[in-house]
Ligand binder design. Structure first.
Ligand code: SF4
Length: 295
C-alpha cells in the first residue's frame, strides 16, 4: 500500500539526480546496452524470467545467429525453441519468433518505436513495450519492474516489499516520479532498475553503498520487516514446469527424434510426464513426427 505522505517534488528530484549520478559511475557494461533495438528486444524477452548471468551467453549466440528480425523470421519456430536452450519458459522463444515475423512482414524488418506498435507484437506486454521504448529508443515510458517497485516502496513508503503484483496506485506513483523529458526519463528507468538490481536487492540491500541512503524511509524506520501477506515464491522441484523442461531438453538434444516411450521414461511420475508431454504438444513446442518427437 502506498502511503499518503508522498515525498515532495523536490525530494524526488534530488533522489532521481543522485540515482542517475550513481548509475553513470556504476552501470554494468551489458552487451544489449550497446546493441540495436532488436538486441534490446531479444534481451527483454530473455530477461522476463531469467537472471542476467544466465542470459548473457544465449543472448550473444542468438544475436550472432539472428542479428535482425528478418533472420529469425526466415527460420522455423522450432529453431528458436532449440536455441532457447535452458533459459526456461520456452514459450517466450515461440513468441519472439512470432514477433520477428510480424516485424518482418508489417514493419519492414525494423522494431517499431511507439508504445502502441510494440504492444501489438506477440509476447510484448505493457512492461516489455515500455522497456524497449525506453532502453532502445530513449523514449519516455513508465518502466515498472520488480527492482524499481522495491526501490520506490522502500524509499517512499518505508516498507520492505511491495505487493506481489503492481497495483494501480504504484503505476500512478511511478508516472509521478518519471522526469519530463525523454532523455532524463530513459536515464531514470535504467538507473533505478540498476540500483534495485545491484544495491537495493530483495534479501541483502547494501545500504552503505546506496546513493539515497539519507532519504530512505525504510532505513530511517529501522528496517521494519514485511508484515503483509506471505510473498509468493515460485516452486520448481517436482512441478509440471520442471517435468516439461526435462522432456523438452531431451527432445532438443536428440534432433533425430525421440520416441514417446523414451521421452516418458525420462521422468519418474508417468501420469505427470504424460500430462506435461500433452502440454508441450498442445503448445507446439514439440511436434509428433510420425511417432518421433522433434522440435
Ligand atoms: S538505503 Fe538501503 S533499503 Fe534504502 S534504498 Fe538504499 S539500499 Fe535500499
Amino acid at each position: 500500500m502506498i502511503q499518503d505522505n508522498e515525498l515532495t517534488e523536490d525530494a524526488r528530484r534530488r533522489i532521481v539526480a543522485r540515482v542517475g549520478d550513481w548509475f553513470d559511475e556504476h552501470r554494468r557494461d551489458l552487451p544489449w546496452r550497446r546493441s540495436t533495438p532488436w538486441g534490446v528486444m531479444v534481451s527483454e524477452f530473455m530477461l522476463q524470467q531469467t537472471p542476467v548471468s544466465r542470459v548473457l551467453g544465449p543472448w550473444q549466440e542468438w544475436m550472432e545467429r539472428w542479428p535482425a528480425p528478418d533472420d529469425l523470421a526466415s527460420e522455423q519456430a522450432g529453431a528458436a525453441v532449440a536455441a532457447w536452450g535452458r533459459l526456461g519458459y520456452p514459450r517466450r522463444a515461440q513468441r519472439l519468433h512470432r514477433a520477428a515475423t510480424v516485424i518482418s512482414e508489417q514493419h519492414a524488418g525494423r522494431v517499431p518505436g511507439t508504445l502502441e506498435e510494440l504492444r501489438a507484437l506477440p509476447g510484448v506486454g505493457q512492461y516489455t513495450a515500455a522497456a524497449i521504448l525506453s532502453f532502445a529508443f530513449g523514449g519516455r515510458a513508465v518502466v515498472l519492474d520488480t527492482n524499481i517497485r522495491r526501490l520506490l516502496c522502500r524509499v517512499e513508503d518505508g516498507r520492505e516489499f511491495p505487493p506481489d503484483s503492481a497495483t494501480a496506485s504504484e503505476w500512478r506513483r511511478a508516472e509521478d516520479w518519471l522526469p519530463d523529458t525523454d532523455e532524463r526519463a530513459a536515464h531514470w528507468a535504467a538507473a533505478s532498475m540498476e540500483l534495485g538490481a545491484l544495491v537495493c536487492t530483495a534479501r541483502s540491500p547494501r545500504c552503505e553503498d546506496c546513493p539515497v541512503k539519507d532519504s530512505c524511509r525504510w532505513r530511517a524506520a529501522g528496517y521494519p520487516r514485511h508484515d503483509g501477506p506471505p510473498r509468493r515464491t515460485q516452486a520448481w522441484h517436482g512441478t509440471d514446469r520442471q517435468c516439461r523442461g526435462v522432456l523438452l531438453d531431451l527432445v532438443r538434444q536428440n534432433p533425430e527424434g525421440v520416441t514417446v516411450e523414451v521421452a516418458l521414461g525420462a521422468w519418474a511420475e508417468r501420469v505427470q510426464a504424460e500430462r506435461s508431454l500433452a502440454g508441450l504438444l498442445a503448445d507446439a513446442l514439440v511436434r509428433d513426427d510420425g511417432g518421433l518427437l522433434r522440435l
